[in-house]
Ligand binder design. Structure first.
Ligand SMILES: Nc1ncnc2c1ncn2[C@@H]1O[C@H](COP(=O)(O)OP(=O)(O)OP(=O)(O)O)[C@@H](O)[C@H]1O
Length: 307
């Protein structure tokens, strides 16, 4: 049975979300983030990922729509809900002149569940413990992200909302980030969830359970990764057959030896008669295909468009 067919609790539920900035319009009729999993938010630059995460984390309040948390439609983003949510983002979350030591002190004052010892351990593990007296503004982007991660993972939370946590991190630290995200979920025993945006799909695939693909301010595809990998296939064939694939394949690449592209599994029958090989695509290949199908100049658009 598909994961989506099982009864699913949601950690975030939202309806009729709208936010307009000039030409850009965020418009999401329904949003459900499953409880107990890591959900990735993927989309092109300017798709609206940060806008959505800012709304859900309470950074942006000037939007229309309803958001509720932790499976209770009446539970809005008040202080007790904020206490259960950890946020990391690309902006300057801490005042630039604060030192790491001050971040530790202030986190202890702001959040009841903050554990100083855990924070120090994480700073040590992430290699920033020798900079405790350094101000936030003097930290590199990567070290600033490590500081945010250390602070947020030292709290007692049930939901992490993370805007591009992998972007400023080096490959080793990205791997550590995935391990820590996985540990966070496992230690929560089904009660903890993560919602994060990323452009580093390949690096983050092993920590992604559920995926939302966003384009032009709305969600164009979503599902558990294992379900998406059944709904889409990677097709490879001879160069001489490439033109006969018609519009069935998306994000096709071709050279003199052959072609490969992604299509809906249900469309495979439209390639009958061609000498093709079929493989399971990576999440990255699926996302790129969906994003290409939804770019402004695409001949076909979005959910229900045939892709
Ligand atoms: N404060 C703001 N004022 C005006 N326009 C804004 C503001 N914040 C975002 N926008 C616009 O909203 C749109 C969505 O931006 P957003 O940052 O949410 O996209 P994104 O998917 O996170 O992009 P990226 O992947 O590049 O970080 C963009 O067109 C952006 O220019």
């Amino acid at each position: 049975m598909k994961q989506t067919e099982q009864k699913q609790e949601n950690v975030i539920q939202a309806g009729n979300l709208n936010k307009k900035y000039g030409d850009f319009q965020l418009s999401i009729p329904r949003l459900e983030i499953p409880k107990g999993f890591a959900t990735a938010l993927i989309g092109e630059n300017g798709a609206g990922k940060t806008t959505l995460l800012n709304i859900l984390s309470g950074i942006r309040l000037d939007f229309q729509g309803e958001v509720s948390y932790f499976g209770d439609r009446s539970r809005k983003l008040d202080g007790s809900v904020q206490e259960r949510i950890g946020y990391t983002g690309p902006g300057s979350y801490y005042l630039p002149h604060w030192t790491i030591r001050q971040v530790e002190e202030i986190s202890g004052l702001l959040f009841a569940g903050f554990q100083k010892e855990r924070f120090r351990e994480l700073c040590e593990d992430m290699g920033i413990s020798r900079s405790m007296t350094k101000s936030v503004k003097k930290l590199s982007d990567g070290n600033r992200m490590k500081l945010m991660l250390a602070a947020v993972l030292s709290r007692d939370t049930e939901l992490l909302i993370m805007d591009e946590p992998a972007s400023p991190l080096d490959p080793l630290m990205r791997e550590q980030l995935c391990d820590r995200m996985r540990d966070y979920l496992e230690e929560g025993d089904g009660e903890r969830s993560i919602f994060f945006s990323t452009h580093n799909i390949a690096d983050m695939e092993n920590v992604t359970d559920y995926c939302l693909i966003m384009e032009h301010g709305t969600i164009v595809e979503e599902g558990f990764v294992e379900d998406l990998k059944e709904e889409y296939v990677l097709v490879k064939g001879e160069a001489s057959d490439a033109d006969q694939t018609g519009e069935v394949l998306f994000s096709m690449s071709r050279n003199s030896y052959g072609f490969e592209g992604i299509c809906r599994t249900r469309d495979l029958e439209r390639l009958a008669g061609l000498d093709i090989a079929v493989e399971i695509p990576t999440l990255s290949q699926i996302c790129v295909a969906v994003m290409k199908a939804n770019t402004v100049n695409s001949p076909r658009k979005g959910r229900g468009s045939g892709l």
